[in-house]
Write a new protein. Structure first.
Length: 101
């Protein structure tokens, strides 16, 4: 477990980057001090927790199955207001078609 650094600068230290690499963890791509760095991920996981509930699964396989079922719903059926009431799959297809030219 990586503990939260006391100073934000520790996130960019060579020692911290080495620890990430050792554990095959990809570092964040945001800038130092950017408050938007994790906003999308935090919003996604908040939605997951809200919509999948507080289920306690008997096995990891059952939890995994429920999460992947929800992901299929999220990407192919759930409409998102930030992308024009489309699903992520539709938005991706529309983007590719618009930029194929």
């Amino acid at each position: 477990m990586l503990h939260r650094p006391i100073e934000l600068a520790q996130y960019t230290s060579s020692q911290f980057r080495a620890a990430l690499a050792e554990h095959r963890i990809r570092p964040s791509v945001g800038r130092v001090g950017s408050c938007y760095d994790n906003a999308v991920a935090e919003a996604f996981f908040a939605t997951l927790k809200t919509e999948i509930g507080t289920t306690i699964w008997r096995t990891r396989a059952q939890a995994r199955q429920d999460v992947f079922t929800w992901l299929r719903y999220y990407n192919h059926n759930r409409l998102h207001s930030t992308i024009g009431q489309n699903t992520p799959a539709e938005a991706r297809t529309n983007y590719r078609q618009a930029h194929a030219a």
